[in-house]
Design a protein around this ligand. Structure first.
Ligand SMILES: C[S@@+](CC[C@H](N)C(=O)[O-])C[C@H]1O[C@@H](n2cnc3c(N)ncnc32)[C@H](O)[C@@H]1O
Length: 332
């Protein structure tokens, strides 16, 4: 059981009604709270919850439409995303309770201050390195306009300007990551055929690929609903069309690919997590055609080449700079 769920279950009498669990972990909490429903924006956790508790968890960037007696928000990492989620929940909960639970090292103490916009927050519990807060919604805010919260920036690329739109909580919100910037300079001479941007975030790489290789089918995949929606906004802002997939890991990607392009993930929440990236390196060959290429950027300290060589083929260092390296390898 996730420690945040354990903290909720120390006072189960508070959570027996029609409760919405927003950003819930993929544990047994829905089993312990039979009238609760989940709202997840993480495709992997959503799938795991749906497998165990069919029909009880909704995926997406917007709260489920139905009535709830109260809601719990599991604190996400980004402050802007927390703002959006608190508003999206509070707008629906006039006179009812909104709870916020999170790890101390995830910044729950600071985030609890954001509750004062809606009423008088109270700390209900502190245990398992987590805190649980509650506010009764006295000042219900207007429903937030998610697209109005998108940050827009323009990249001056060799083949013209590219508009990028990123929603709250998306990787490198409102600016270009230095690793992605380096990879953008190394997108030449990709093999013809179906291209995948794995972990597409706001869609910088995938949109650039579609514009540079208009004849190629381009797919973009991310585990996070806000990233998927950002990628769609970025494509639309540039008049481009590509497939955008919400899925967890390379297993959710198409097969028969000519190339996989990626700035792969290495952070989830407050924890560092290389699992999705290592799984990508192990499984890329299954998704690539013979001769297909994996091209990625990684922090120089990450030891990816041995894994790439073991599972795909000889790994070449195409360039390095600013603490990042560009690698490629072809399926034998
Ligand atoms: C380093 S960011 C790169 C984002 C974007 N490509 C760019 O260059 O700005 C990695 C992305 O991988 C996504 N991600 C994390 N875990 C994933 C998983 N298991 N499956 C698919 N995408 C994942 C994250 O949501 C994030 O958007």
């Amino acid at each position: 059981m996730d420690p945040r769920s354990e903290v909720l279950l120390r006072q189960p009498e508070l959570f027996q009604g029609d409760l919405l669990l927003a950003g819930l972990p993929a544990d047994d909490l829905l089993g312990q709270l039979p009238r609760a429903q989940g709202w997840s924006w993480h495709a992997g956790e959503h799938n795991r919850l749906e497998t165990r508790f069919a029909g009880r968890c909704q995926f997406g960037t917007r709260a489920p439409e139905r009535h709830f007696d109260g809601a719990v928000l599991f604190l996400p990492k980004s402050r802007e995303l927390t703002d959006y989620l608190l508003q999206a929940l509070a707008t629906r909960l006039a006179g009812r309770a909104l709870y916020l639970v999170g790890e101390k090292r995830g910044g729950i103490e600071r985030a609890a201050k954001q509750l004062s916009a809606f009423g008088k927050p109270r700390k209900l519990d502190s245990a398992r390195h987590c805190q649980l807060w509650q506010v009764t919604i006295e000042n219900a805010p207007a429903a937030p306009d998610l697209h109005a919260l998108a940050q827009r920036f323009e990249l001056q690329l060799a083949d013209g300007p590219l508009q990028v739109l990123s929603l709250p909580g998306v990787f490198s919100h409102g600016r270009l990551d230095r690793g992605s910037a380096l990879l953008l300079e190394h997108l030449d001479n990709l093999p013809p055929g179906h291209l995948l941007d794995f972990g597409c975030g706001a869609g910088v790489l995938g949109a650039t690929l579609k514009r540079r290789y208009p004849q190629s089918q381009v797919s973009m995949l991310d585990v996070d609903a806000f990233a998927v929606e950002s990628s769609r906004l970025t494509l639309a802002a540039n008049g481009l069309d590509a497939e955008v997939i919400a899925g967890d890991g390379i297993d959710a990607a198409p097969t028969g690919l000519a190339a996989i392009i990626s700035n792969p993930p290495f952070h989830t929440g407050v924890h560092t997590d290389y699992q999705a990236s290592e799984h990508l390196l192990r499984q890329a060959a299954r998704h690539l055609d013979k001769g297909g290429e994996l091209r990625l950027v990684a922090n120089s300290f990450l030891k990816y080449p041995p894994l790439i060589e073991q599972h795909l083929g000889p790994c070449t260092l195409l360039n390095e700079g600013d603490g990042f390296r560009i690698y490629n390898a072809h399926r034998r």
